[in-house]
Design a binder for this molecule. Structure first.
Ligand code: CTP
Length: 409
C-alpha cells in the first residue's frame, strides 16, 4: 500500500494537508487521523474535513493555526475539541484521549492520553491509524492495531467485542464503511454486530447521534447496498421493530432525487420510513431533524405512495397536476417516482407548469372595484388553473375571466 518514505511524499503532494505543514512546525505533536489517512493510504476517496489529533491542548493549537493560516476557530468545552475553517480548508482538532463508557450508548468520559491509547479507543482498526505531521515524524505511520494489514485484506474489524455496545452508532458506521470501501466485517466483528443488534444496543443511543450516522449512511452512493446489509444484520429492526426498508425503493428514491434536485439523504430516509410510516413517525421525531426536514420526510413517507397511485390511475390536466403537486416537497416527488409514478407529469410540473404565472395580480382586480377578501384570491387561483389548461390566454382575457369569477357571474 505504501513503502516507508512514500507517505511523506504523498503528504506533500496532497494540497489539503501540505498547506498545513509549515504552520505545524513548533506546535505540540500533531497527527493526521480519520478519513484523510485512508485517502493517503489509497483505500478511500473521502474528501471531508481534515482530522488532526493533538497530543496536548487542541483548542490552543486551533487558535495558533487560526492566527497563522487565517480563518476562524471554534472551541468546544465538553471534549476539549476545536474546529478551524480557513478559506481553503476545514480542520477538526481533537486532543489525544482515553475513553471509558459509564454505561452502554452514553457519551464517553475522556481523559488525556498518548496517541497509541487514542488509537485504541477508536471504532475500527482501519480507522485507528495516524500519520505524523512534524519534523522527522513527517509521514511516519502509527499503526499499533494492524489497520494497514486489515485494509489490505479489506476487513472492518473492531478492537474489542464490547465496541458496538459501548457505541452502537458504530453499527451504522461499520455498514457504511463496508459498502463505501468494498470491505467486509471479519467474522468476530460481524458476530459482535449481530449480537449488539439482537440485544437492542441502538436503543441506548440518543436520536441525534443515530440521525447523524444514518444521514451519512444515506448520503453515500452505496446507500441501497448499506440498507440491505442493515437488514441482513438485524440493525434495522434494532433501530425500530417496524423498520423494514426496501433497498430497491431507497435506490430509486435516491435516483429520483438526483433527477429532480431533491435532497438525496432525505428522500432516502423517507423511503426507509415508507414501509411503516405511521409506526415510524415517533421514531423519526426522536431523531430531532430540523423541523422542516422532519416534516418533509414524514409527509413524503406517508403521501408518496398514494400520490404515485393517483398519477398512475389516469392522465391529469395541468390544473389537476397543480392541485396534486404544487404543495409537495421535492422529496415527496422523488419518492413518488420511486414508487412507480409516471415521470412525465412530474417532470412537466417541475420544468414547465410550476413556472406559469398570471400576467395580472390582485391589484388589477382591486382597481376594477373587486373588494379585498377570499373571493379575490379564489378568482385569481381559478384563472391560473384555466390558463394552465389552455382556456385563457393574454392579459385581457385573464382580467376578464378573473373579474367574472370574482363577481360570481
Ligand atoms: N471515530 C470513532 N468512533 C465513532 C466516530 C468516530 O472511533 N463513533 C473515530 C474514527 O477513528 C474515525 C475518526 O474518529 O476515523 C473521525 O471520525 P469521522 O469524522 O466521523 O469519520 P471519518 O473516518 O473521518 O470518515 P467520514 O468523514 O467519512 O465519516
Amino acid at each position: 500500500m505504501s513503502a516507508p518514505g512514500e507517505l511523506r511524499e504523498r503528504l506533500r503532494a496532497t494540497p489539503a494537508v501540505a498547506q498545513l505543514l509549515p504552520a505545524l512546525e513548533d506546535l505540540q505533536p500533531v497527527y493526521l487521523v480519520g478519513g484523510w489517512v485512508r485517502v493517503l493510504l489509497g483505500f478511500d476517496d473521502h474528501r471531508g474535513p481534515v482530522d488532526l489529533a493533538v497530543e496536548g491542548d487542541a483548542r490552543a493549537a486551533a487558535r495558533t493555526l487560526a492566527a497563522r493560516l487565517g480563518g476562524e476557530s471554534r472551541e468546544y468545552e465538553q471534549f476539549g475539541t476545536a474546529t478551524l475553517t480557513t478559506p481553503r480548508l476545514e480542520l477538526d482538532l481533537t486532543p489525544t484521549r482515553r475513553e471509558t463508557y459509564p454505561e452502554p450508548g452514553a457519551l464517553p468520559v475522556v481523559r488525556p492520553a498518548p496517541l497509541t491509547e487514542d488509537l485504541a479507543r477508536r471504532d475500527f482498526t482501519v480507522n485507528a491509524m495516524a500519520v505524523g505531521l512534524r519534523g522527522d515524524d513527517l509521514g511516519h505511520l502509527y499503526d499499533p492495531l494492524g489497520g494497514l494489514a486489515d485494509a489490505a485484506a479489506r476487513l472492518i474489524r473492531v478492537m474489542h467485542p464490547a465496541s458496538f455496545t459501548d457505541d452502537p452508532t458504530r453499527l451504522l458506521r461499520a455498514v457504511r464503511f463496508e459498502t463505501r470501501l468494498g470491505f467486509r466485517m471479519d467474522e468476530e466483528t460481524e458476530r459482535a454486530a449481530r449480537e449488539a443488534a439482537e440485544t437492542g444496543a441502538p436503543a441506548t443511543v440518543s436520536g441525534p447521534r443515530i440521525r447523524d450516522e444514518l444521514i451519512d449512511l444515506l448520503s453515500e452512493v452505496e446507500a441501497p447496498a448499506a440498507i440491505a446489509r442493515l437488514s441482513e444484520l438485524g440493525i434495522d429492526r434494532a433501530l425500530h421493530p417496524a423498520m423494514r426498508p426496501d433497498p430497491e425503493l431507497v435506490a430509486s428514491a435516491a435516483l429520483g432525487a438526483m433527477a429532480i434536485e431533491a435532497d438525496r439523504a432525505l428522500a432516502a430516509l423517507a423511503a426507509v420510513c415508507a414501509a411503516a410510516p405511521l409506526e415510524l413517525d415517533l421514531w423519526l421525531a426522536g431523531l430531532q431533524l430540523d423541523a422542516r426536514d422532519r416534516d418533509v420526510v414524514s409527509w413524503a413517507a406517508r403521501m408518496a405512495q398514494p400520490l404515485a397511485a393517483e398519477l398512475r390511475s389516469r392522465d391529469h390536466p395541468p390544473s389537476e397536476l397543480r392541485a396534486l403537486l404544487a404543495r409537495q416537497p421535492r422529496e415527496s416527488l422523488a419518492l413518488a417516482l420511486a414508487a412507480g409514478a409516471p415521470p412525465e407529469p412530474i417532470l412537466r410540473w417541475i420544468s414547465d407548469l410550476s413556472h406559469v404565472r398570471l400576467q395580472i395580480s390582485g391589484a388589477d382586480l382591486l382597481a376594477e372595484g373587486v373588494p379585498e377578501g377570499p373571493a379575490l384570491g379564489a378568482a385569481l387561483d381559478a384563472t391560473l388553473d384555466r390558463k394552465l389548461d389552455g382556456l385563457v390566454s393574454g392579459r385581457e382575457e385573464e382580467l376578464r375571466t378573473a373579474l367574472e369569477l370574482a363577481r360570481g357571474s
